[in-house]
Write a protein that binds this ligand. Sequence first.
Ligand SMILES: NC(=O)c1ccc[n+]([C@@H]2O[C@H](COP(=O)([O-])OP(=O)(O)OC[C@H]3O[C@@H](n4cnc5c(N)ncnc54)[C@H](OP(=O)(O)O)[C@@H]3O)[C@@H](O)[C@H]2O)c1
Ligand SMILES: Nc1nc(=O)c2c([nH]1)NC[C@@H]1CN(c3ccc(C(=O)N[C@@H](CCC(=O)O)C(=O)O)cc3)CN21
Length: 286
Amino acid sequence: MANLLDGKTTAQKIQSQLREKIKTLEPQRGRPPGLAVLMVGDNPASAVYVRNKEKSCERVGIASFGQHFPADTSQEELKEAIANLNEDDRVDGILVQLPLPEHLDAVSLLYEIAPHKDADGLHPMNLGGLVRGEKGLRSCTPAGVMRLLEEYQIPLAGKRAVVLGRSILVGKPMALMLLEANCTVTVAHSRTENLEAIASEADILIAAVGRPEMVGANCIKPGAVVIDVGINRLEDANGKSRLVGDVDFQAAEPIAGYITPVPGGIGPMTVAMLLQNTVESYQKRI
Ligand SMILES: NC(=O)c1ccc[n+]([C@@H]2O[C@H](COP(=O)([O-])OP(=O)(O)OC[C@H]3O[C@@H](n4cnc5c(N)ncnc54)[C@H](OP(=O)(O)O)[C@@H]3O)[C@@H](O)[C@H]2O)c1
Ligand SMILES: Nc1nc(=O)c2c([nH]1)NC[C@@H]1CN(c3ccc(C(=O)N[C@@H](CCC(=O)O)C(=O)O)cc3)CN21
């Protein structure tokens, strides 16, 4: 049976460290760090995220400035909300929940966020920094994956990594970070042929496709490190809902060497990295 990569406990440890840091910084600065989250409409994965972020902010001492907009909000209204937050001295981190409703253009909105307040690391400046291997604000989910691999001292250099999914939010920055850690990286997506054969060559397999339990036994090399980024809400026959990942955990656990659970894996690590990015921006601002 695979070893469990415990994101929940690791995230709690990171949050305790952040809390201590804020305790010493706040008296000098005269205000706590602030994080603003813009959510438009309703998306189940986003709703889980927003709830956990707010709880965690409170725990570590970060002020939350949540703004929930109706699904029919216009691009202009959001642009204006971002401009206000860019100017707001209480706010160190800004995050726009993705995906946005169809009528909105996410890419151009991400340009509007001041790069030094880009807690999600999705502004082209910060993504460009990642491509160039420079320090800077990094996308929270892939940063959380890297931090968890580090915590368990999983060797990466020279290993074959396969990333399933190529979104701007997860797949692409994930591939770049693994490359930076000297993995040999393959990115697969919905147009990939022979996906199972490619996945089953991976020493490190990252699933970020948004397809409940798609990754089964025939995608996994014995002993592989399996990272499940997926957060999908499924309803059982009784109408009760539960969270599942993109990996079929029951099938994968006997084959993998290490595996992340859902919940309790990359979700909490993402929240921890978001708080860490916010505190980093807070420290850098004068
Ligand atoms: N744990 C966390 O903190 C966290 C953070 C963010 C997202 N998530 C979850 O992670 C999942 C992925 O999120 P995302 O934002 O990256 O999603 P996304 O924007 O929908 O991207 C999904 C990617 O998977 C690919 N894909 C879809 N179906 C596929 C298939 N059958 N075979 C191979 N590739 C396929 C798509 O390919 P194409 O590009 O060809 O369409 C796309 O690149 C979702 O479940 C989301 O809720 C979790
Ligand atoms: N701009 C942006 N950045 C993101 O990182 C992001 C979005 N948007 N939109 C939604 C997705 C989904 N994300 C998530 C989803 C769930 C958890 C999370 O905390 N999951 C817990 C759930 C426990 C529960 O409440 O049941 C877990 O243990 O997996 C974190 C990030 C992050 N995501």
